[in-house]
Design a binder for this molecule. Structure first.
Ligand SMILES: [Zn+2]
Length: 453
């Protein structure tokens, strides 16, 4: 046999021999294939290294270099503390706006060339990522540029490598946030090389692999993404990093969900509830409940879905997370409708639509509107059909009013025509809704009317 087993199948086998469908066949192959046995040995060694206490010494058995003596390390710690203080003074309000940051042109100033400034820029980039990703990217790039100019007389070279790698990791994180995946993967390769000499190389590699996993999942490389997410989760757990562990496991479970393996996904999400509760991460816990509920919904287990959505809802309410609360309210409405509680469900969807509009979340508001229209159409009464037509007409107008053009508008205009001609059906509305939902990922996909049923 020339075809070998993939690494993740072997990892599955290592985790639980019975989890692979063709265990006997795999074992027979292993008996005769040195190559696959070598991969398995390597995975086993990785596992053993993580399980043992020698993790911190993985970087090598060499005696400590001069720069690693206790005195040198203490001096370095003092330097870091001073530099961190100076960095916040130096950077001050420069980071407040993209314009002031650009004007300051900090990469050309010798006073800025400290490890403290690089560290500060990295953490600022992380904070800015969600709200101002373009600004976050500029800040991460400044961290890279300054990292490249750090003096080897002032810092140990392994530390410079690690700081540079950390800056590249931030750049990668912003790029994946912006959907610039190939560039993100390039940045991750550079980060990984920089981390190679780190005393906690296994941990740093897990940080890199976690972001890679997210990129792979976003780009439909699901099996690779799942394997990396699982490996990085394992390392985070060894280091007692429970929050990172949960996030990596959520990526792993989301792959199962994307592969329509809803039962396995649900069980994995549920298994994380205990850890999230122990860590006291309310928002993560709420997200887990929401995911468990969505799995139940796909499995058509409506009672359980309802229970978990309600749990998520009360947590979001308590935490004041408005967007998530409204999104869950919307899901609760959909469950009510699926259970035949049409009037109550419609009321909840109308409420969610109003609140999304108030929050300025136009595309969510549009999707709820289409859910409303589909449900109204399905009731088949004349006033309900009239309301559905009116809702869809208003949607076209609101999209046009904000200057929106392109595929989404074409699809909605098509739907409005169908209402005018009396040919709109719940299936057509659902088709258009699915199309619009898929748009952010596939901007160039032109709208096609559904095939005639
Ligand atoms: Zn083989």
């Amino acid at each position: 046999m020339t075809r070998h087993y993939d690494e993740w199948v072997l990892q599955d086998y290592l985790d639980d021999p019975d989890s692979v469908g063709d265990r006997a066949e795999l074992e027979e192959h292993l008996a005769g294939c040195a190559e696959c046995r070598a991969v398995l040995d390597e995975l086993r060694a990785f596992e053993a290294a993580l399980a043992g206490d020698e993790l911190w010494e993985l970087a090598g058995d060499a005696p400590p270099r001069e720069e690693e003596t206790p005195e040198a390390l203490r001096a370095l710690a003092d330097l870091f503390e001073r530099e961190d203080r100076e960095a916040s003074e130096l950077l001050g309000t420069l980071l407040a706006s993209p314009a002031s940051f650009r004007r300051a042109n900090i990469t050309s100033q010798p006073a800025m060339r400290t490890a403290g400034v690089v560290r500060r820029l990295c953490s600022e980039s992380r904070t800015l990522r969600e709200r101002q990703p373009m600004h976050a990217l500029v800040v991460a790039d400044a961290a890279i540029a300054i990292g490249d100019q750090l003096s080897p007389e002032r810092y140990p070279s392994a530390l410079i490598d690690e700081l540079r790698a950390a800056a590249w990791l931030e750049r990668a994180n912003v790029l994946r946030y912006l959907g610039r995946y190939p560039e993100a993967l390039d940045a991750l390769d550079i980060a990984e090389r920089g981390f190679a000499r780190s005393p906690v190389a296994a941990y740093s590699r897990a940080l890199v692999d976690y972001v890679r996993a997210v990129v792979f999942v976003e780009t439909e490389r699901l099996d690779e993404g799942r394997r990396l997410a699982r490996n990085s989760a394992r390392v985070f757990r060894q280091f007692g990093e429970d929050e990172r562990f949960i996030h990596a496991k959520i990526v792993e479970a989301s792959v199962l969900f994307d592969q329509h393996r809803y039962r396995e996904a649900r069980d994995l999400f549920l298994s994380l509830v205990r850890v999230a509760t122990a860590v006291g991460q309310g928002a993560t816990l709420a997200r887990l409940y929401q995911n468990v509920a969505t799995c139940h919904l796909r499995l058509n287990e409506l009672d359980a879905a309802d229970t978990y959505f309600e749990r998520a809802l009360s947590l979001y309410r308590a935490l004041g997370l408005e967007t998530e609360r409204v999104r869950t309210q919307w899901s609760v409405g959909c469950v009510r409708i699926a259970r035949g509680d049409i009037a109550v469900g419609l009321g909840q969807l109308r409420e969610a639509r109003r609140e999304f509009a108030e929050l300025g979340l136009r595309s969510d508001a549009a999707l709820v509107t289409l859910d409303l229209a589909e449900t109204l159409l399905a009731t088949g009464t004349r006033p309900a059909i009239a309301e559905a037509a009116e809702l869809c007409g208003a949607l076209v107008e609101s999209f046009t009013a904000v200057g929106m053009t392109g595929h989404a508008l074409t699809a909605l205009a098509f739907l409005r025509e169908a209402f005018a001609a009396g040919t709109a059906t719940p299936d057509l509305v659902r088709h258009i809704r699915q199309y619009i939902e898929s748009l952010p990922d596939q901007r160039d996909l032109p709208f096609l009317p559904p095939p005639r049923l």
